[in-house]
Design a protein around this ligand. Structure first.
Ligand code: GLN
Length: 445
């Protein structure tokens, strides 16, 4: 009730929620109290949280930030939602996001932009901007997001919270509306790494309904949070400290790395030589997968349907023209182009080859060091409305996108401020090294 009141007071301005599900939340809170009364409470029983509006929730609007799904109530719960409910958590609602998770500032939402709680003139980052802002403003202690090219880590950095993108396949994607299926991964966003560890433990694991989820045991991520970092080998990719990095962000990240040295870690420079190809490869692969995934929104089976179609083609055309926003249309067109006959080999096949080189860069680096560190984003949060050009927006993702292509995990942790705006330190690990990332992040907090 306290948090619902806080949402009521503050979210008119912040716009971090698309739907607040007060009645369901209060019923779930009563059920959690009853479980506690029976002595059946687990560590997450009664924990209030918020879900990015990309996760299907039965009987609750699931919009994915789009007019296309403004009238869509999911008929089933995503696996992640089921697992969080089974753990006794209490969802307060669904958070704002860039339409179909396409964006880096939350300005592509049908429901309007979200404001950054630290500075109302700044964006919260995207695409999980609503989840990040809700946690940063104390509307919820934790939220769930998804990360296809940085959408957990970059908004976490911009809002001064902790956000983890797990290894591809660590968390089921069943019931999570697909953007780019080979890159999408859900993860926790919270104040601290310790909170993220608890949440990851609840959502990770194999799911028979997602064949890309990995059948591998889920460790207790909280058990190793206090392990010593003495002897930890940290690599600083030189490509992550070059041109385009705001000197004030570089300074904050260097200061964080000094803290790790004082904790007994050693630091050396490494190279990820194909870094400059990550954005071009991503912006071929992600739109290609998106154009295929979004073909299901045809005005027949889901969501928005135009008025009085004259025939089936008219129905498809106008429903999609009316239901999708500008950025989504741009990506569908790019993806359709790169997958078309005559262009497929030149773009899509080439991008997949580049993807393999990028993955190999990381595997080579992890032969030499345990984790990589660098900035989560080249700048702190930018002003609302400041970044109008799509390519300059795409370039924002320079430090986050490569790991999605490689499938490895990454976490962003708060590392100070530039003026009023937070800076995020990004820590990257090898496949399934989430426990290590959480341990390394926790020692800094
Ligand atoms: N900003 C990137 C994009 O627009 C990443 C988004 C995401 O991770 N969902 O595609």
């Amino acid at each position: 009730q306290a948090l619902l009141g806080r949402i009521d007071r503050l979210d008119g301005e912040l716009n971090s929620f698309i739907s607040v599900t007060a009645d369901q939340a209060l019923a779930a809170a009563d059920a959690a109290d009853a479980a506690r009364g029976r002595g059946e409470a687990g560590p997450l029983t009664g924990l209030p949280l918020a879900l990015k509006d990309i996760f299907c929730t039965r009987g609750v609007k699931t919009s994915c930030g789009s007019k296309m799904l403004d009238n869509f109530e999911a008929p089933y719960d995503a696996t992640l939602v089921e697992k969080l409910q089974a753990a006794g958590t209490v969802s307060l609602g669904k958070t704002n996001m860039d339409e179909f998770a396409m964006g880096s500032s939350n300005e592509n939402s049908f429901y309007g932009p979200v404001k950054n709680p630290w500075d109302l003139g700044a964006v919260p980052g995207g695409s999980s901007g609503g989840s990040a802002a809700a946690v940063a403003a104390g509307l919820v202690p934790a939220a769930l997001g998804t990360d296809t090219g940085g959408s957990i880590r970059q908004p976490a950095a911009f809002c001064g919270i902790t956000g983890l993108k797990p290894t591809y396949g660590r968390v089921s994607r069943y019931g999570m509306i697909a953007y780019a299926s080979s890159l999408d991964q859900a993860g926790p966003m919270a104040r601290t790494a310790a909170d993220c560890a608890l949440l990851l433990g609840a959502i990770a694991g194999h799911d028979v309904r997602d064949s890309t989820s990995v059948a591998r045991g889920v460790p207790d991520y909280t058990a190793t949070l206090d392990d010593s970092l003495s002897g930890l080998k940290i690599g600083l990719p030189k490509e992550y400290f070059g041109e385009g990095l705001d000197p004030a962000v570089a300074e904050a990240v260097q200061a964080a790395i000094k803290v790790y040295e004082s904790l007994g870690a050693t630091v050396r420079e490494v190279s990820l030589p194909h870094t400059h190809l990550a954005i071009p490869a991503y912006y071929v692969i992600a739109p290609a997968e998106a154009s295929s995934n979004l073909s299901r929104f045809d005005g027949v089976r889901f969501g928005h349907r135009c008025e009085d179609p004259s025939d089936l083609i008219d129905l498809y055309k106008r429903s999609r023209a009316e239901g999708f926003g500008e950025e989504v249309k741009r990506r569908i067109l790019i993806g359709t182009h790169t997958l078309s006959e005559g262009f497929f080999d030149a773009y899509y096949t080439k991008a997949q080859q580049v993807r393999r080189l990028i993955r190999q860069d990381f595997l080579d680096a992890f032969e030499e060091v345990d984790v990589l560190m660098g900035p989560a984003s080249p700048t702190p949060a930018f002003d609302l409305g400041a970044n109008k050009d799509p390519v300059s927006m795409y370039l924002q993702d320079i430090y986050t996108i490569a790991i999605n292509l490689a499938g490895i995990p990454g976490i962003s942790v708060p590392a100070g401020f530039v003026g009023k705006r937070p800076v995020g330190l990004q820590i990257l690990g090898s496949h399934f090294a989430e426990a290590q990332l959480l341990n390394v992040a926790h020692q800094f907090q």
